[in-house]
Design a protein around this ligand. Structure first.
Ligand code: DGT
Ligand code: CA
Ligand code: CA
Ligand code: ZN
Length: 592
């Protein structure tokens, strides 16, 4: 973890504990500071060495917080934080992973029932003790019980949005080291799966030793789990990172094998067998000659080198992935497709999709400003979209309605004022700027903004924000049939690792959406990725158009679009399936 991340995590913990103690205002200040420190492009430790005033130059970091940052870098801890930890000895990270349990509930449950861990929480819910704590009820208790298992499993897998930067960082660090000939990520991270069990890195090298040494010295590694001649594993930020070093002649076969998925590999290996070939992490081998020899050796039991046995036969591929597939008369398949969802059949029929690329997305159709819960002005969000390179952006602040708490959503008259400001900003910039709204879809499928106002806005995103359990198909279908709704935002409402969201019959929804000209969102926020890859495939298969939006709440978040693009690729989406690959004119056509 970088120094910035480290101190930001401490500040976030501070915020949670203060909130648990029911302290007002301060938690928000600590969270803001944490976020700004995390995004600060310089080194916070270097600022701290220059004193509190220097730290105070980071936006949102006032005197009280900067002195704690300096204390942290000087002493390795923060006294006040340690005191709070002693007063509230709770496993905050685990407990707040339970949907519906925030820091404040953790504080109340600790005070009332002594709940410190997930086990305590589950026991208290099962014993029916939570419903009697002030601020809780039988329904909350039931929800907790339903979500606690989910939270327990969630401790295992890291979100793509955190794992990918971690993987990119280790590859960048190793790329120019002595001995590194070729390098790539493998495993679920190369397939851009939404959660990652561990990070797999593959290096092609004739000299593994310095590569393994450099890897175990990676500054972001918190501990070395194991280190051998050609492989090593470290732990970084709680996640395991595996390195394998292979001979460059076998880099392609190793990359193919370790990219997976396992189901994909089983499928292609069976094709190899049908062709009298042997396929493994060392290559593709013609075994028509060697088989009898290898079998007799196995029977006699004197195999002292199983690796050599795996390489038996005449090597026909191994150096490149393309060569591996070509040996089976198959085209190369993008890693995102390798889930055995029909890609091998499509490949052998010459019917692989021509997948969308990162550069194809030309604008963002769902972002927030400080009119609702964003952190930046309309103008800052628009400037941010322009400097990101977008051709257009739609500012879609929250409307009031179900699921909008604490005054976040705007009533209709404020939406009108916001729209006027968006139009003013639009005149001052070169990119297309659309006035929009993110309206709420009620449990009955109605949309929380007056129809005449919806008609005056350029882009209407309608999203479910409350009642996010059970089957949501009917309500989403109703929203898709609403003549003013352009995009169904984060259709299931899921939060990965926290709540599964609505059950949706995507085929039925997508069929209606295709018919009514409504796009289904791929929300690119890594905590959501909603729709996910499998659902995107069903949507695209049914003829629906998808929109890839970041739901950015500040200008630095436009870059999240890449997680949406790769999720779309996992769903076999082509450029023409995606609304915001269109130019302004094409987009207008769809909206009208
Ligand atoms: P993860 O880490 O759980 O997110 O998922 P992966 O896919 O990265 O799985 P991991 O790290 O256990 O292994 C990396 C790849 O290596 C996996 O996608 C396919 C390949 N692999 C690992 N074990 C086996 C195996 O027993 N059989 C086959 N065919 N392939 C395997
Ligand atoms: Ca992995
Ligand atoms: Ca692994
Ligand atoms: Zn939303």
């Amino acid at each position: 973890m970088s120094a910035n991340d480290e101190v930001a995590s401490r500040l976030e913990e501070f915020a949670d504990l203060l909130e648990a103690r029911d302290v007002e205002y301060k938690p928000r200040a600590y969270r803001r500071a944490a976020e700004n420190v995390r995004e600060y492009t310089g080194d916070a430790a270097a600022l701290a060495a220059d004193g509190e005033d220097a730290v105070g130059e980071i936006e949102g970091v006032g005197d009280a917080i900067s002195s704690k940052v300096v204390e942290y870098f000087e002493t390795g801890s923060i006294d006040e934080l340690d005191e709070l930890r002693t007063e509230l000895p709770v496993d905050m990270a685990a407990l707040t992973r339970v949907e519906g349990v925030g820091p404040k509930s953790v504080g109340s449950l600790y005070e009332a029932l002594g709940v410190e861990t997930l086990d305590d929480l589950q026991a208290a819910a099962e014993a029916g003790e939570i419903r009697d704590v002030s601020g809780f009820g039988a329904k909350t208790e039931q929800n907790i019980l339903g979500n606690v298992e989910f939270a327990r499993e969630a401790t295992e897998r890291e979100l793509l949005g955190e794992a990918r930067p971690r993987g990119d960082a280790v590859v960048d660090y190793l790329r120019d080291r002595p001995g590194v000939d070729r390098i790539d990520l493998a495993g679920s991270l190369r397939r851009w799966k939404e959660t990652i069990g561990d990070v797999d890195v593959l290096v092609g090298s004739e000299e593994p030793e310095p590569v393994v040494d450099a890897f175990t010295d990676w500054p972001n590694a918190d501990a070395v789990i194991e280190a051998g001649d050609q492989k090593a594993s470290v732990r970084s930020g709680g996640v395991r990172v595996d390195l394998r070093v292979v001979d460059p002649a076998e880099f392609g076969s190793a990359l193919q094998y370790f990219t997976g998925s396992k189901d994909h590999n089983v499928k292609v290996r069976n094709i190899a067998i049908d062709r009298d070939l042997k396929m493994n992490e060392y290559g593709v081998f013609d075994v028509s000659e060697a088989r009898s020899a290898s079998e007799s050796r196995t029977e006699s039991g004197d195999v002292d080198d199983p690796e050599a046995d795996q390489r038996a036969g005449e090597r026909v591929a191994g150096e490149t992935e393309e060569g591996m597939y070509a040996a089976l008369a198959l085209p190369w398949m993008p890693p995102e497709l390798r889930e055995n969802w029909g890609e091998v059949e499509a490949a052998s029929d010459g019917e692989l999709p021509d997948l969308l690329e990162e550069g194809d997305v030309r604008g963002d159709l769902h972002v927030h400003s400080n009119w609702s819960d964003g952190d930046a002005t309309v103008s800052e969000m628009v400037e941010g979209a322009a400097s990101f390179g977008h051709d257009y952006v739609a500012v879609t602040d929250h409307a009031t309605g179900p699921g909008m708490v604490g005054g976040v959503g705007l009533p209709d008259e404020e939406l009108r004022e916001q729209r006027d400001e968006v139009h003013t900003v639009a005149e001052a910039v070169d990119i297309g700027v659309f006035a929009g709204v993110e309206a709420n879809i009620s449990t009955d499928g109605s949309v929380s903004v007056a129809d005449d106002l919806l008609a005056e806005l350029d882009v209407v995103v309608a999203s479910p924000h409350a009642g996010l359990d059970g089957d949501g198909t009917d309500r989403l279908v109703a929203a898709a049939e609403h003549p003013e709704v352009d995009i169904i935002g984060h259709p299931t409402g899921r939060y990965i690792n926290r709540r599964s969201g609505l059950d949706v019959d995507v085929e039925r929804l997508a069929t209606v959406a295709a018919d009514t000209g409504t796009a289904l969102e791929i929300n690119a926020n890594p905590a959501r990725l909603d729709l996910g890859g499998g659902a995107v495939k069903a949507a695209v298969d049914s003829g629906a158009t998808v929109a890839i939006n970041t739901d950015a709440h500040r200008p630095t978040r436009y870059g999240l679009v890449r997680y949406g693009v790769h999720t779309a690729r996992r769903g076999w989406a082509e450029e023409t399936d995606v609304l915001n690959t269109r130019g302004v004119e094409g987009l207008r056509e769809f909206l009208e």
